[in-house]
Design a protein around this ligand. Structure first.
Ligand SMILES: [Zn+2]
Length: 102
């Protein structure tokens, strides 16, 4: 995915549209061993409810936790305002294999 180095964007500190420098940050991969991973699994409709939900035993960890590797990663862009030099994060990452700046 090709992105411009400078983008006009709304700055909540200057309260107007200013030029922002776009930089790419490394997005940290979610660990499958944290408590949060179970919460994410619940959101995906897995491991929901109390107890073992009538199942005899727990399913394999790979069935509901985030295991395995994805081909693409979500972008983690930071926008630095040129006027006040404050950085803002993007709202939502887009899946991309590679990010290039023009
Ligand atoms: Zn600003």
């Amino acid at each position: 995915m090709k992105l411009p180095k400078i983008k006009k964007r709304y700055c909540p500190y200057c309260k107007k549209h200013t030029e922002h420098k776009v930089t790419q940050n490394k997005r940290k991969a979610a660990s499958p061993l944290t408590y949060g991973s179970k919460i994410r699994a619940k959101r995906r409709g897995k491991a929901r409810g109390y107890g073992n939900l009538g199942r005899y035993s727990k399913p394999a960890v790979t069935k509901f936790k985030m295991t395995g590797k994805k081909q693409s990663k979500k972008t983690d862009l930071r926008y630095e305002c040129k006027e006040c030099k404050k950085t803002h994060m993007q709202k939502k990452g887009i899946r991309a294999k590679r990010v290039e700046f023009k």
